[in-house]
Design a protein around this ligand. Structure first.
Ligand code: TYD
Ligand code: MG
Length: 464
């Protein structure tokens, strides 16, 4: 195919240049020029600022519009992915013709998960296609051998190890699979653009052309994308508006637990989370994660159980804290599984309103099992874990056989604020015998919650 000349368009101001430049001559912004095909070369592109500009030329006639009530209802028959946790996160299965972006850091299990899905679909008699730009067919086979079970015909999945976009699209048209996996979107290369695979222009081009073909023939596509160290979808960030669904696969490579959550979902809730465990034969669903996490919880100062909500499902997770004398100024604030700013807020309120100062101590907070809890309801657990560690007192008392459970948002004036689904959280805790649960309903202020969890106010352990 002849190379069309490309343009480099500023994503801030729209200024275009024939060549790439570090700084946009139009608006002066740095690193905003993105390679694009010029308008005449655009075929089958679904939207974007340039096609909007074409519409503004005003050559098209008006179309008759009608109220939504009169629009035909469509019932989409979803394809079960064969993995319950994934189906739930997707909102009840794979929607035919949909585009799903699956992000996650390297080694987290994206290829394993997509391999398994394809295997299940193949076993159910669906047409599948696995496109890999990262591994050779032989390498993929090696993984598939480990995943092959009765319900997962991983070895029956047709595979294409290719990085050229045109070849992939032609194969997609020829094979017409029901579901296709592109592993990963950053490795495919559109020949018309000169940018390296994985650059913003390339990633956008690859995704939009795959989308045009896939939507046209009703193929559902899983686009696998890598995540940068900072946790953002590298390159694929620009794809988030394009795709129907953005799934994030999280966890730490060294840990066995992995969570799958939807950041965007046009066909379901974004609140669902699936929990998996990486085992010898691939990813295994953890159907009762609360039981796992509570069973593993420790009974020491610095540990409490948080009754969290993961979407529509309550989840009990252990939150641990360590408070130790610091040798540096400012002292360390390290957290895993919660937001840093939330930790800063909780520490400030603890110091100002509850008499637990940590100004000269390093504070470490960890949500056990590699789980992330990004909800305000986690505040109280963080506060109690830190206070329990700072005072060296076991939450709930030394002789309590089971850990102490809690939830609630910490307000800036030291009050505890209600969070959603209080009843479901308490119910889940009760199911495991964790009763009573400390919550804003039982303790209106953080001071009262501390008293209930740790007994009478006491000074911190010596931190220097
Ligand atoms: P992989 O799915 O290739 O991760 P990604 O595509 O996200 O980069 O593999 C994840 C890790 O899981 C890899 O280090 C090997 C391990 N693994 C198992 O422990 N058991 C298995 O059955 C498989 C297939 C992989
Ligand atoms: Mg991979």
């Amino acid at each position: 195919m002849p190379r069309t000349a490309t343009l480099h368009v500023c994503s801030d101001c729209g200024h275009s240049e024939p060549r790439w430049m570090g700084q946009c001559p139009g608006c002066g912004a740095w690193n905003t020029l993105v390679e694009e095909r010029p308008v005449a070369a655009l075929t089958g592109r679904a939207g974007g600022s340039r096609s909007a500009a074409r519409g503004a030329a005003g050559t098209a006639g008006a179309v008759a519009v009608r109220p939504l009530r009169e629009v035909e209802q469509v019932r989409v028959a979803r394809l079960p992915a064969g993995i319950g946790e994934l189906d739930r996160v997707l909102g009840g299965g794979i929607v035919p013709g949909s585009l799903v972006l699956l992000g996650g850091s390297p080694g987290i299990g994206k290829s394993t998960l997509t391999n398994m899905v394809m295997g299940h679909l193949a076993a159910a008699g669906r047409r599948t296609l696995y496109v890999s730009g990262e591994e050779s067919a032989a390498q993929i086979r090696l993984r598939a051998e480990r995943l092959e079970t009765e319900g997962c015909a991983a070895l029956d999945v047709p595979v294409l190890a290719e990085t050229d976009l045109d070849t992939v699209l032609a194969t997609l048209v020829a094979e017409k699979p029901d579901v296709c996996v592109i592993d990963s979107v950053q490795t495919l290369h559109a020949a018309e653009l000169s940018g390296a695979p994985g650059s913003v222009g390339q990633v956008r081009e690859v995704a939009s052309r795959i989308m045009a073909v896939a939507k046209g023939q009703g193929t559902a596509v899983f686009l696998v994308g890598h995540v940068t160290k900072e946790g953002a979808l590298a390159g694929p960030r620009v794809l988030e508006h394009l795709v129907d669904c953005v799934l994030q696969f999280e966890g730490e490579r060294e840990r066995t637990y992995r969570t799958l959550r939807a950041l965007k979902n046009r066909f379901g809730s974004t609140n669902e989370t699936g929990v998996f465990e990486m085992a010898q034969g691939g990813l295994v669903e953890v159907l009762d994660p609360s039981a796992r996490f509570v069973g593993e919880a420790t009974r020491k100062p610095g540990s409490v159980v948080l009754a969290a909500m993961e979407g529509t499902r309550p989840l009990l997770v252990e939150v641990q804290a360590l408070v130790s004398p610091s040798e540096i100024v400012p002292p360390r604030r390290v957290c895993n599984g919660i937001d840093r700013n939330r930790l800063a807020l909780v520490l400030a309120v603890l110091g100002r309103h509850a008499g637990v100062g940590t100004g000269t101590a390093d504070v470490f907070v960890n949500v056990v099992g590699g789980v992330r809890v990004d909800e305000p309801g986690a505040d109280l657990a963080v506060a109690l874990a830190v206070a329990s560690a700072a005072r060296g007192v076991t939450a709930g008392g030394e002789d309590r056989p089971l850990p102490l459970a809690c939830f609630g948002e910490v307000g800036l004036t030291g009050e505890l604020r209600s969070v959603g689904h209080g009843d479901r959280r308490r119910q889940e805790a009760r199911k495991f015998g964790l009763d009573p649960v400390i919550s804003p309903e039982s303790a209106p202020t953080l001071r009262q919650a501390l008293k209930a969890a740790l007994g009478a106010p006491a000074p911190n352990l010596k931190t220097s």
